[in-house]
Design a protein around this ligand. Structure first.
Ligand SMILES: Cc1ncc(COP(=O)(O)O)c(C=O)c1O
Ligand SMILES: N[C@@H](CCOP(=O)(O)O)C(=O)O
Length: 462
């Protein structure tokens, strides 16, 4: 299995090389050269299997010879051992034909743990074997950062630097990033918003002297391994609801398009997915694009679902690559136009995108009302991101096809909004009940590439 860049100018890599590289050297994102297929019988054979076994069978064809079967199965087992629910990703019924996929039973209470716990294991194994050390730099609107720090804290061959937008993450998210005491963890509170953090991260990857000098690695969903690990829960949910003999739709609270892109890959592998529905908050570039074809940057507006306060949606590039017939030159040109403000998707590409994706946008008021109603009528306390998903799913779902909404974070990560809507302040699970008492360690940084690079070089030299 080889991985190619969405911009067509970087060398094809193996799974291991793509995983350890993050961004391609032409600025693009790696995608598999071909998408492995699952037959109906292979999907049917997943009925009754554990989450770990499903994960092994779904991901194995993508990994090539990077890990033996035995090692890969063992790393998957270790990745999910710390989850607080035996099913890992349980499905609960919200209403007839509408299900919630709870993805918040991992160590940092968000769906990011599914991928991050696994790639923590994969990185460690690959780096030990190669005798190498890497510097991970990540950009976060709150959840990727906490999950990455949890997965990599204390590892010998990794330093992990996380850029988060100062004052724009929830207190629980911030404390999850700033309270780990391990010396290899560096939480950096940057001036600006998430898109600024992500832009500086990409600048670092595109500065080859810096990139090679610090042996830069990325664990944002620019990293293919992140997307791959997220494909698994689409398969496990669909199988629970009758796949391959029954179609299922998914609604996904969306920001950087990584999670829903994993659903698209599951569909391309042969999983019978009817619709993939993008649910956005008021930062709605994706909804606008899927409605009109215009992908145009707007101002990032802070919301009560802060992890989705994103205007430049990194993984949309992967979807565009397929929609433009895998023409890397066309994608590179679109990304140049994006730097100047935006672009219009061609008619053909727009129709291809609309074959797979629907979309909806939810206001702040509607998000709060959905939390209130879901608790009163469905008995489920939702985080604001999941509420955005539930609202869009209820508006767009077809009663003939089961709809699964992804619950991407635990309500206790966003207690203020949840309490405002429901009157209930969700408690943190016991294992992190002292989070508010732990000392914080954080460095304030400016939105300044050179200063960030100096800080990183100094820290890893210590
Ligand atoms: C809780 C939560 N929900 C939804 C999203 C959006 O996911 P994605 O960026 O993969 O679209 C994020 C951030 O990634 C998140 O942290
Ligand atoms: N919402 C994310 C933003 C980064 O997304 P990623 O999937 O590219 O890592 C976050 O919580 O940080």
């Amino acid at each position: 299995m080889r991985y190619i860049s969405t911009r067509g100018q970087a060398p094809a890599l193996s799974f291991e090389e793509a995983m350890l590289s993050g961004l391609a050297r032409d600025g693009g994102l790696y995608v598999p050269e071909t998408i492995p297929q699952m037959s109906a019988d292979e999907i049917r054979a997943l009925h009754g299997q554990s989450y770990e076994e499903t994960a092994f069978r779904v991901m194995r064809p993508f990994v090539g010879d990077t890990f033996t079967d035995e090692v890969f199965a063992d790393l998957i087992a270790k990745a999910y051992a710390g989850f607080g629910h035996g099913a890992r990703a349980p499905l609960v019924q919200l209403a007839p034909g509408h299900f919630l996929l709870e993805l918040f039973h991992g160590p940092t209470l968000a769906f990011k743990d599914f991928a991050m716990q696994l790639i923590g294991q994969l990185f460690q194994e690959a780096l030990e074997r190669r005798g190498e050390r890497v510097t991970i730099v990540g950009a976060t609107s709150g959840d990727t950062g906490s999950a990455a720090i949890e997965a990599f804290r204390g590892l010998d061959n990794v330093d992990v630097f996380i850029l988060f937008p100062h004052g724009r993450v929830s207190e629980v998210q911030r404390r999850q990033m700033t309270t780990p005491a391990e010396a290899n963890v560096h939480a950096l509170a940057m001036d600006g918003h998430f898109d600024d953090c992500q832009a500086r991260l990409k600048d670092m990857f595109n500065d080859f002297a810096f990139r090679d000098g610090v042996r830069l690695a990325g664990v944002n969903s620019i990293n293919w391994a992140r997307v791959l690990a997220q494909v698994v829960y689409y398969v496990s949910a669909a199988v629970s609801l009758g796949a391959p003999d029954r179609k299922v739709s998914f609604t996904v609270p969306t920001g950087n398009f990584g999670d829903i892109f994993a659903g698209y890959i599951a569909k391309r592998m042969g999983l019978p997915i009817e619709r993939l529905v993008v649910a956005t908050n008021q930062n709605d570039i994706l909804h606008r694009c899927l409605s009109s074809g215009a992908y145009e940057k707007g101002e990032v507006t802070p919301s009560i679902s802060p992890s989705m306060d994103i205007q430049v949606s990194s993984n949309f590039e992967r979807a565009l690559f397929d929609a433009y017939g895998r023409d890397g030159g066309a994608v590179a040109q679109l990304m140049d136009e994006l730097k100047a403000g935006g672009f219009h998707v061609s008619q053909g590409a727009f129709e291809t995108l609309r074959e797979h994706f629907d979309s909806g946008r939810v206001s702040e008021d509607e998000t709060l009302k959905t939390i209130t109603t879901a608790q009163a009528q469905m008995g489920e306390l939702l985080c604001p991101h999941s509420a955005v998903g539930v609202r869009v799913a209820e508006a767009l779902r077809d009663p003939a096809t089961p709809m699964v909404t992804l619950a991407t974070a635990h309500p206790a990560k966003f207690p203020d909004a949840v309490e405002k809507a429901s009157g209930t302040r969700p408690p943190l699970p016991n294992r992190m009940a002292d989070l508010y008492e732990r000392p914080e360690r954080v460095t304030r940084v400016a939105n300044d590439l050179a200063a960030l690079q100096t800080l990183i070089k100094e820290r890893i030299a210590q």
